[in-house]
Design a protein around this ligand. Structure first.
Ligand code: PGA
Length: 260
């Protein structure tokens, strides 16, 4: 299968102040504009910076993503963010079920599923994160764990409508922000398990056309092309390596060179 674009999705977490986000965006936009636009770049700043980012990225090839989304449109949900409001800020992607939210905020697969449905219903492209802990990998449970996370999250999710993209990010928890990373072979094997789980749910045709697979976990300019290749992952979800403009640009440039 030929996938049209590779994707680099930058998750800026809570790492930058609004002033720093603004400066990064001013620096990164012209640099990305000079590169090959076949690589789709998406930036997910903190919620506080989405309005500014929406303004600074208007008309650019960079898309805007949110780091989370709530499942309801309106209501008494203190602190939550409506998918409706994300859309009015030109947000088109939403990360769902990141392991940091699972770990620190108790997010579950069921919650991730509800968020998936809300995101898809509002035209946001969801990026569902799954991944095993170090202990689970050591116990030989990596594939069982991610298959379970995926199946639970997608349990009630209807098939995507025509043209809608769904992203699944395989992010081994032990590789996030640690400088350790899964070998491309190991990660690709896990990705095939995820792909098969989705094929069982939605059929091979739909998965091929509308699902895209990302690797995340200590992606850097030197290792990104071992993951992101036409026959492996369709893109990367990266945090640390996207915080400095220079290494962000090196990630995009590296992928441009392997995706022909
Ligand atoms: P990292 O984080 O690139 O810093 O390892 C990845 C992520 O949390 O998505």
């Amino acid at each position: 299968m030929t996938v049209e674009h590779p994707y680099i999705i930058a998750n800026w977490k809570m790492q930058l102040s609004p002033a720093d986000v603004e400066q990064r965006l001013r620096d990164v936009r012209p640099a990305i504009e000079q590169l090959d636009h076949r690589v789709r770049t998406v930036i997910c700043p903190s919620f506080l910076s989405l309005a500014t980012a929406s303004r600074l990225l208007a008309g650019s090839p960079i898309s805007l993503g949110a780091q989370d989304v709530f499942w309801a449109e309106r209501g008494a949900y203190t602190g939550e963010i409506s998918p409706l409001d994300l859309r009015t800020l030109n947000v088109t992607y939403a990360i769902i079920g990141h392991s940091e939210r699972r770990q620190h905020l108790g997010e579950t697969d069921v919650m991730a599923g509800r968020k998936m449905i809300a995101a898809m219903g509002h035209g946001l492209q969801p990026i569902l994160c799954v991944g095993e802990s170090a202990a689970q990998r050591a116990a030989g449970q990596a594939e069982t764990v991610v298959r379970h996370q995926l199946a639970e999250a997608f349990r009630s999710v209807p098939p995507p409508t025509r043209g809608q993209r769904i992203f699944v990010a395989y992010e081994p928890v032990w590789a996030i922000g640690t400088g350790e990373f899964a070998s491309a072979e190991v990660a690709t094997d896990v990705m095939r398990v995820l792909e098969q789980t989705l094929v069982d749910l939605y059929g091979a045709g739909l998965v091929e056309q509308q699902f895209r697979f990302l690797y995340g976990g200590s992606v850097n300019p030197d290792n990104i092309t071992s993951y992101v290749q036409p026959e492996r992952f369709h893109g990367a979800l990266a945090a640390t390596a996207t915080l400095e403009v220079e290494s962000f640009i090196r990630l995009v440039t590296a992928v441009t060179q392997v995706w022909r």
